[in-house]
Design a protein around this ligand. Sequence first.
Ligand code: ZN
Length: 287
Amino acid sequence: MKKTGLLASMLAALCISTAPSAQSQELYWATSGFFGPFNIQGLIPTYPKAKDITIPVSMWILKHPKGVVVFDTGNNVAISDGADNCKKYWAAGSCDFLKPTQKRSDVIDQQLAKLGIKADDVKVVVTSHSHLDHTGNIALFPKAVHVFQKKELYQGYWPEKFQGRATNGTFVLNDLVSARDYDFYELDGDYDLFGDGSVKILSTPGHTIGHQSMKVKLKSGQTVIMSQDAIWMQENLDGYPAGLNFSIQAYTDSLNKLKRMRDLEGAKLFMAHDGDQFSKNGNKWHN
Ligand SMILES: [Zn+2]
């Protein structure tokens, strides 16, 4: 009896030490400065009344037992600290419309440093899509594996004309070109990043041709979905479709997919550009 008890407790200890690490992770919500204020109807033309919004440029830092993951790298470091700098790197029209207020200290490498993490120690950089406010600083991570949907890379290098093909439009070619020789992992669909179900990359096309979102399971067991631009903000959840879509049908399907997951799994759904949500949940760890 005593021996069985000892064996059981040894086994229990063994199980604890080798238990899957699926839930031992923490997530930090950062912003690459803000955009705005500007009229919401500039982004959501279907929204019935004009109102000014100021929105975050969301980036995510995930501490996982298998390594640090960054999800989106914000606006390029070159646009920091004022409109003059912005206009040297982005099209003047993008600077004038978006009104970015990014300080150098808001850039992803500095955000990581504040949390005691070096950019070179980041194992994986996942990029939701190749727009200027999400792909901006992939070049700061030469040692990481860069995870994109393959189609999104094709699109970033050669966007459809109706989505803006100018070298410095919504897609800033240099953001991609400056990291062209890095290690890219090109996906086609959903992917279980560490093979343990704790970090799922979700294909959510529509906003762009190969947009992807992410779902993680935290230490507490809470599931969090980061939609990024599959759903910009609450007004989109309220039924007003975003402008700028590659495909409105795919956008609608992706939005509904994430809503279903939220409801069926009891998940939290965090959106890329929702000012209210960021002011309550941003600049802090979730675990
Ligand atoms: Zn965006």
